[in-house]
Design a protein around this ligand. Structure first.
Ligand SMILES: Nc1ncnc2c1ncn2[C@@H]1O[C@H](COP(=O)(O)OP(=O)(O)OP(=O)(O)O)[C@@H](O)[C@H]1O
Ligand SMILES: [Mg+2]
Length: 176
């Protein structure tokens, strides 16, 4: 899943998981219960790294996975596409664009009706996040076999991913 907060990722991820008998991995569910509704520095990256490792293990044993992360960065998406292919899976980028007024209304509604499912979001942050977000391009959405190269200085996506998600403990092929 790719999209900004309030875009509807978790809502769609639930539908996809039900339709495809897939394992849905939603970092917010883990963050909220592990850290009592707070977001200590760096912990989200660690949670995400463990969930990616879990996703790859699930794919290796033939279970489909819906990775319900925001994935704002093109490099993050390329790394995950590469990792999926590395365990013999295919990968689809599901992008949910959202207009700013709709996004703001959804975030406010969710905060009012289901605050235990989300982190509070400041109105001012929403515009900043929209500027930071890198929308997927047509090639990513098509999901062809060609994955862009990692940024210069990196030998491959595996090394890039372990740096981005330090708890991503990649297992050798065939390990269970
Ligand atoms: N297609 C839709 N139409 C109307 N409301 C929607 C739609 N999709 C989601 N919503 C509502 O918008 C709110 C945000 O949706 P959701 O929690 O799925 O977003 P999200 O992308 O997972 O956000 P976050 O990144 O913060 O986890 C929820 O209250 C949800 O019920
Ligand atoms: Mg969500």
């Amino acid at each position: 899943m790719v999209g900004l907060p309030g875009a509807g990722k978790t809502t769609r991820a639930r539908e996809l998981a039900a339709a495809h008998d897939a394992l849905r991995l939603t970092p917010d569910e883990w963050m909220i219960s592990l850290f009592d509704g707070t977001q200590p520095d760096g912990k989200r990256d660690l949670v995400e790294g463990r969930l990616i490792a879990l996703a790859l293990r699930a794919l290796s044993v033939g279970t489909d996975v819906v990775l319900d992360f925001g994935l704002w960065g093109r490099d993050e998406r390329s790394a995950l596409r590469w990792l999926a292919v590395s365990v013999g899976a295919s990968c689809r980028v599901v992008y949910l664009p959202v207009a700013e007024d709709v996004q703001r209304a959804r975030i406010a509604h969710r905060q009012a009706t289901a605050p235990h499912t989300t982190f509070p979001m400041a109105e001012a942050d929403i515009g900043v996040w929209r500027d930071q977000f890198q929308a997927p391009d047509a090639a990513e959405l098509r999901g062809g076999p060609t994955i862009p190269n990692p940024p210069s200085g990196w030998t491959g996506w595996q090394a890039w991913a372990v740096d981005r998600w330090p708890s991503l403990d990649l297992e050798p092929p065939g390990a269970s």
